[in-house]
Design a protein around this ligand. Structure first.
Ligand SMILES: [Zn+2]
Length: 157
């Protein structure tokens, strides 16, 4: 197994501290049948506390963003990478000192999943209702862009 070398904080010129020495990646999982997103409620003890977000985390130096996002998804939800279809992987949030890469993928709604200790629960949330949740601030700041991309991608299918 390749070395995990991404864990650590970055002091960013935006004034914030971000997790992931080589940046971070996350995955938006969509059930195309119900147009819902698989969101997880992070555990109280995690950085940022008990807020909703997507599976993801620090990227290792040897990984590309998709590999990183799929690994995190597997670690956090026990969803095998073969279950998902990546439909978009070009969405960057660039902070110069740090970046976050959002991968968008399809996952059949009947797929079984199980949260690990980093989350209290995970659930399918309708696209239109995601913004009603108490969202992780990093995710909240990019959600409208992500949502626009999801709608564009789904409409083109
Ligand atoms: Zn920053």
């Amino acid at each position: 197994m390749a070395e995990r070398d991404g864990d650590g904080w970055v002091e960013c010129r935006c004034g914030s501290k971000h997790w992931g020495k080589h940046g971070a990646a996350g995955i938006v999982l969509i059930d195309p049948e119900t147009t819902s997103v698989l969101m997880q409620l992070r555990a109280e003890w995690t950085h940022g506390g008990r807020v909703w977000g997507i599976p993801g985390g620090a990227r290792d130096s040897h990984e590309n963003a998709v590999e990183s996002a799929l690994r995190e998804m597997y670690e956090e939800l026990s969803i095998h990478p073969d279950s998902v279809t990546v439909i978009h992987d070009h969405m960057w949030t660039d902070h110069t000192d740090w970046h976050y890469h959002t991968v968008i993928a399809l996952l059949p709604g009947e797929t079984t999943f199980q949260t690990n200790e980093e989350a209290e629960l995970a659930d399918w949330i309708e696209l239109a209702k995601v913004s009603n949740l108490d969202l992780h601030p990093g995710f909240a700041s990019t959600w409208e862009t992500i949502r626009g991309k999801i709608e564009e991608v789904l409409a083109a299918r």
